[in-house]
Design a protein around this ligand. Structure first.
Ligand code: SF4
Length: 222
């Protein structure tokens, strides 16, 4: 049976609405540089990098885009090559056929409908091939237009351990987080949880002893 962290939250720490402010403050103090790990220099590169990051690591994507972004500078450049050439250029990110198809489909829409710009709303972004809600959320947030909270595997795990949501489904977890986290922190909040999840609150071995939010966490061990 899955562990019910919200029951523990009620027993061991203050109600979630009282904890959310200190939680953001303590994580922000611990990770003042928390930001997206993907490297990009403009909105097209951001979109491509996030699309490529499905099912692989950010480190791997950065390795591939180092070369990719020197070769492809504008949306039109992705349409000027054959699918197989693009597939070769993104091969190391995995699922390269599907990703190449999605990238070319998206770049075509950018060129034909948006004058080569990346749209800003979640509704427009999810119309692009291969762009699901999470990808759209990341892109909109990084473009300064956060319309939700990105829930990846780290955010999902941390939201549950910290007693911020009892849901399993990322969309429902996001709904819970949106109600709790002030809008001006939506973008930062996922970065903070992702950084904390990678560095301290590991899926298998959370390092509760040295954790900067252990006083606010219902799941702390020891
Ligand atoms: S106290 Fe432990 S379980 Fe809670 S956030 Fe910190 S590392 Fe994770």
């Amino acid at each position: 049976m899955p562990r019910d962290y919200t029951v523990e939250a009620r027993r061991r720490v203050a109600p979630v609405r009282k904890r959310i402010g200190p939680l953001i403050a303590q994580l922000s103090a611990e990770y003042p540089d928390a930001t997206i790990a993907l490297r990009f220099e403009n909105e097209t590169e951001l979109l491509i990098a996030v699309m490529l990051s499905a099912q692989t690591t950010d480190v791997n994507v950065n390795r591939v885009t180092g070369h990719l972004f020197r070769k492809y500078r504008r949306p039109e450049d992705y349409l000027a090559v054959s699918a197989s050439e693009l597939e070769r250029d993104i091969y190391a990110t995995g699922f390269y056929r599907q990703k190449a198809r999605s990238i070319q489909g998206s770049m075509r829409i950018l060129v034909e409908e948006y004058g080569g710009r990346v749209p800003r709303t979640i509704e427009e972004l999810v119309r692009l091939p291969g762009v699901a809600r999470k990808t759209a959320n990341v892109v909109a947030s990084e473009l300064g237009e956060a319309q939700g909270i990105v829930v990846d595997t780290h955010v999902r795990r941390l939201a549950q351990r910290l007693g911020l949501s009892r849901e399993q489904d990322p969309v429902k977890i996001e709904r819970d987080l949106i109600k709790l986290v002030p809008r001006e922190h939506w973008r930062l909040f996922s970065h903070l949880l992702i950084w904390h999840g990678r560095r301290v609150c590991d899926a298998r071995h959370p390092a509760c002893e040295g954790c900067c939010v252990s006083d606010l966490c219902p799941s702390r061990r020891g």
